[in-house]
Write a protein that binds this ligand. Sequence first.
Ligand code: PLP
Length: 470
Amino acid sequence: MAWDLSVQVDRESSVPLTAQLRGAIRAHVEDRVLHPGARLPSSRRLALDLGISRRVVVEAYEQLIAGGYLEAVRGSGTRVARTLPEGDGGACLLEERRDTGARWDLRVGNANLSNFPREEWLHCYGKAVRDVGREGLDYPPVAGVPELRNELAGYLGRVRSVRTEPARTMVTAGFAQGLALLSQALQRLGVHRIAVEAPGHNGQRLFVQETGMVPVPVPVDEEGLDVEELYRTGVRAVLVTPAHQFPTGVVLSPERRRRLVDWARERDGWIVEDDYDGEFWFDHRDRPAALQEGDPDRVVYAGTTSKVLVPGLRLGWLALPPGLYPLVERARSRQDLGSDALTQLAFAELVRSGLLDRHLRRVRARYRSRREALAGAVRRSLPDARLVGCAAGLHSFALLPPGTDEAAVVEGARRRSVLVRGGGEFRFGGPPGPLGGPALLLGYGSLPLGGIDDAVAAVGAAYEESRRRT
Ligand SMILES: Cc1ncc(COP(=O)(O)O)c(C=O)c1O
């Protein structure tokens, strides 16, 4: 049927046609101009009506279907979804954080906010305010103040073996902004689909979707992302957490690292490395270098102060391949006028003075003792579980025996005033894979050392109760 649709695109605009069309349809859906269930023209019909390529319409439809705005109906085309995604105004990247009054909250692997080195920060911030010249108080370069870009390039090379230079590093408002900018840059290059790890960070997948890319799940096993599956998707971009995968905590194996870089070279592809927990490896000797080291022309390295210090700073960075840098810088200059210069100068001083290294040594030791406490508590109270992903980070993943009623364990723990997340929250698309069985994410970063035993004992009791019921 040749359904009609009132949308326009501007072929003179610098905004890609796919983004324009997607935005126009989405706005009509959100404003209820297009009603739930309304029929849309076929991609061929709409392309002809608008005088654009059919590929543009197919991509816009695909992205809107992935975002839950449209539905493909077998045999009868595309229509507006009958139930729309919730627009609650919350940031989808953020995990559940409401204070529920529960005794213990193991749901997230966040940094312990009490670890913020207030004295050191005051010292560095004070120095930045005293030393900055008049011109330093003007708008900073959008990519970051030179002092911080210099420090970052050196620091990332020294600590994570990242191969970069100041002119290719960019300071961002956390990893979140970096990801949004990369998404725009990739779409400029005609890349509209990006592989994401499954199980993975649901919020990140939704966030990617909101930025206009179609996330394509690729399974993760105990060696990390399955690169052969990645090949099969035909995508040209991938978002990975090689140092400590979220949520399973697995580490990308050396063989997979090589294969992943080969994939990028063979497919003219881009790898976005979220160096999640890269600074929180507990055994120095085992810590893998950043994946970016393998091919700085293909891998974007992304880091953040959100765990190293605290999320409230909203400070992150990208080390970019030369082929992406100008596009990302352009995307940034359209979005805002750069990051807070004084915060950047203070952080540059924290790095330069060695205070950051000292702080990290200190907090790593604290988190290590929590990890050991967690492993001991799991051995005692949840002996059927197998912990994976313990080498780094602020959370571990407990695999439960097949057949365990994961939801019942989560609910039983909640009744005992302990909040925990089941592995099911992180599964999306495709077969569950070897790490997709019943599991629990156990975040210990912000738990007091003395609380870990008690929290895991409650989870263990909930597990035993669920076994008795089945
Ligand atoms: C997988 C992952 N990477 C990175 C981040 C950090 O993001 P940001 O630097 O914007 O705080 C988060 C925060 O939710 C995350 O879940």
